[in-house]
Design a protein. Sequence first.
Length: 373
Amino acid sequence: MGKQLVIVGAGHAHLTILKNLQEFKNAGHDVTVVSSSSLHYYSGMGPGMLSGIYRPEEIRFNVKKMSQNRGAVFIEDKVVKIHPQKKRIDLQSGQTLPYDAMSVNTGSYVPVEAADSSENLLIPVKPIENLLLARQKIIAALKNKEIRITVVGGGPTGVEVAGNLDRLVRNESGKCRITLVAGTRLLGQFKPGVRNRVRKALVRRKVQVIDGSRMSAIKGTSVVLSDGSGIESDIVFMAVGVKPSPLFKDSGLTVGQDGGMLVNQYLQSVSYPQIFGGGDCISFEPQALAKVGVFAVRQNPILFNNLLCFLKGSALEQFHPQKAVLLAFNMGDGTAVVQWHSLVWGGRLGFALKNYIDRTFMKNFQVSGELDG
Ligand SMILES: Cc1cc2nc3c(=O)[nH]c(=O)nc-3n(C[C@H](O)[C@H](O)[C@H](O)COP(=O)(O)OP(=O)(O)OC[C@H]3O[C@@H](n4cnc5c(N)ncnc54)[C@H](O)[C@@H]3O)c2cc1C
């Protein structure tokens, strides 16, 4: 007999499921997709959209159309509570939905509570739509005056945002002071070769990099650092890392140390086997995984297969995270810094490689006329 399958969050880890929804329909199941947005932006190309390397339509998936074209019901809404014992979810709109099986991919958010500002300066780097709004805001502001932008966070995202802001300002022939507050050390967890290349690429373009200081507060229009100094700013990008959605903890599911839904090697909740999950919102029990899109992307086929198998009652497949991850930082000047195992290189070839990988990924899942017209 057909079952109720609910897909929560149309994120990076669910794209294979969305593309193959017909398989569930063909097996007689009803599928409902609930996501807080009908468009999903690919984060790997987000900083490039900020600078104008990519148009918004080149980096997004029409997940509503993708679902509806394949026979699923799409609900643009937010899941606010899971009742795992009753196998039911509550949506922000007040609607409730029952499920026999469910997969969650609700991502993560940038914690900005500590930086609460009444001046409306803050732009968290997630969701990626924020980068599009920021681009429009910056272009408008550059028309009138010289502006001051501070990027808080010296990880890969802060670095890519700073480099791409510089490109945006140059393209607009505007004037802007860009400061990157890198915390303890710029790209602290990366190889010296990566750190040095990235720093050179930023400093060459007059991005001011501040190491050894963290943001402690925002007072008025000043970003206050841990050494007591302040940076006057018109816009502040927050790239201070991410946290999984609190939905799971709030719903009484077992969570990992980072607050993500704790899943086993089959990407299945350790407490409720009918709930699967992938991407930034899970905590993988066999080993801690970095919150990077690479893992979300690799979890796609496993989630798809395991949901089908679970509904059929057949054996599940294990997820084995890859040991080495190719890292490529888009510096915004037509170059990228790349790390693969112990190899580090940079330049135009690095960007060409990243661009090729990203565009190939988009091509695979842009199946709903995203680029038409
Ligand atoms: C600027 C930037 C650049 C990055 N670049 C890279 C990169 O180059 N390579 C890399 O590996 N990683 C990169 N990352 C990290 C990467 O973005 C994340 O690891 C990735 O987004 C995780 O994907 P996800 O599908 O889990 O979450 P998301 O992409 O956040 O997707 C979650 C989805 O769930 C929906 N949703 C959220 N809450 C709910 C709810 N309660 N109910 C219903 N729907 C909900 C959202 O609308 C969204 O569609 C980057 C991150 C940023 C911010």
